[in-house]
Design a protein around this ligand. Structure first.
Ligand SMILES: [Zn+2]
Length: 86
């Protein structure tokens, strides 16, 4: 069985026992990886009754990802602005 990587917007197909694709998994900070590692079970992302600990770990991961992507968008915006000036 397989499912999609749980990084928002990523369409990589990964094995059920993995949270996400290799690249995205390793982009998560260690504390969130170990949190998810403790809470994640195969199929839990599509389970209608996931555990409370998984929901909390996943919410923390999504919040971190959102911040990460905003920082990247801001950095890209700064680069683009810089390039326009030159
Ligand atoms: Zn991914």
């Amino acid at each position: 069985m397989s499912h999609r990587c749980l990084w928002p917007g990523c369409n990589a197909i990964v094995l059920d026992h993995s949270w996400g694709c290799r690249g995205h998994w390793h982009r998560l900070p260690g504390n969130i990886r170990s949190w998810i590692g403790r809470a994640y079970r195969a199929g839990i992302d599509t389970d209608t009754h996931p555990t409370e600990s998984y929901l909390k770990a996943h919410a923390a991961a999504l919040a971190w990802i959102l911040e990460y992507e905003q920082q990247h968008a801001a950095a890209k915006e700064a680069r683009d602005a810089h390039n326009r000036v030159q």
